[in-house]
Design a protein around this ligand. Sequence first.
Ligand SMILES: Cc1cc2nc3c(=O)[nH]c(=O)nc-3n(C[C@H](O)[C@H](O)[C@H](O)COP(=O)(O)OP(=O)(O)OC[C@H]3O[C@@H](n4cnc5c(N)ncnc54)[C@H](O)[C@@H]3O)c2cc1C
Length: 398
Amino acid sequence: MTRAGLSVAVIGGGIGGLAAAVSLLHAGFDVEVYEQASALSEVGAGIQISPNGTRILQRLGLAEALAQRGVRPVAVHQRRWDDGRTLQRAPLGETVERTFGAPYYHFHRADLLAAIAGALPARRVHVGHRLVDAVDHGDRVEARFENGTRISRDILIGADGIHSRVRQILFGEDRPRFTGCVAYRGLVPAERLATLNLEVTSNSWMGPGGHFVHYYVAGGRLMNFVAVREEDSWTHESWIDRGDVADALRLFEGWHPCVRAIIGAVDETFKWALFDREPLPRWSVGRMTLLGDSCHAMLPFMGQGAVQSIEDGATLTACLVQAAGDLSAALARYETLRKPRTTRLQEMSRHNKTRFHLPDGVDQQKRDAQAAVAGDRSIAAVGWLYGHDADVLPGAAA
Ligand SMILES: Cc1cc2nc3c(=O)[nH]c(=O)nc-3n(C[C@H](O)[C@H](O)[C@H](O)COP(=O)(O)OP(=O)(O)OC[C@H]3O[C@@H](n4cnc5c(N)ncnc54)[C@H](O)[C@@H]3O)c2cc1C
């Protein structure tokens, strides 16, 4: 079967699904995306995309679209929650770009999604298509949507997020795990923070039971923040709730004036319960597989959930290109190549919950002393992560 003759259905038009579709299209596959919502959209918040993700998107022809929309932070800066003392400062900007051959960006999520979607012809994206069922007939997959549409494709990829229907079809019901963390997210017009003279850096403040992240997005016009606190339970039905700014300020009582000024300057904030999942034993069955949050949902404490979904799409494409007709073997290979890396990141993200939120005391002092001599964000420490080239399969010429 030629690549052009191989048809692929991607279920889900989030960052992972769209990036995978662009990868597949670029490689010559006949790919279409099916998204349940009536329009492609992302939450009003920021996202960090490290060079292991931007490298892939640039190769797909998106360099200019990314450069137009992204903010390039000059450094990553971790600070202590109360007095603002620097715990760790490592270069991003030109140093990262020179070392890893691709930039580190901050985006408004809608801007990133629009950049990726812009590389797909409109006829290949079907909104208002909520997958209900999919059956592998051995020689093709048949999928049924809530609106009555039925399709038959050679391969079906579930990129349908943490609540994935495809995952449920393949492996049965399995509830995600509440991680004991909630995040208040907000976007503040930059001019409101002018007197703080904030640098163009990726900032996080570590404190007992929580941490606070902020960085510029939207060409520097907005300051994005994520204010994370530990909470024992999540009793609301929704995973997202309108958050009260006064509540967020109360939870960050005693934190550095800069943290409180950013929270206090926002008009509205949304409160998110943070869920993750245990690593799955398998991702693929026959002609169906998963990518992104559908198979490796993780806490956002490595800033890698979306980046890993972009890597998934690149590796999956490379495996299909080399498949020589054996599609289920290609999907199995994809899973074998990807799972150790995403499992490591799921575990590191979980571990960072403890590490970031240590109460002041001996363990916190050890963490801070270690960060001062060998920070986990130094160029040497992030080499395995940012240097990974998900397009290149082991044994293949680069
Ligand atoms: C606070 C926070 C901060 C984060 N920061 C970062 C960061 O800085 N960097 C980073 O890399 N990651 C970050 N992440 C993680 C990142 O947001 C996710 O990992 C990423 O968005 C997952 O993308 P996805 O495409 O796999 O899933 P999703 O974005 O969830 O997309 C799934 C899509 O599938 C659709 N869908 C669902 N069910 C169906 C169905 N039955 N039929 C059809 N369509 C369906 C949905 O409508 C949706 O559009 C963060 C997460 C949080 C919560």
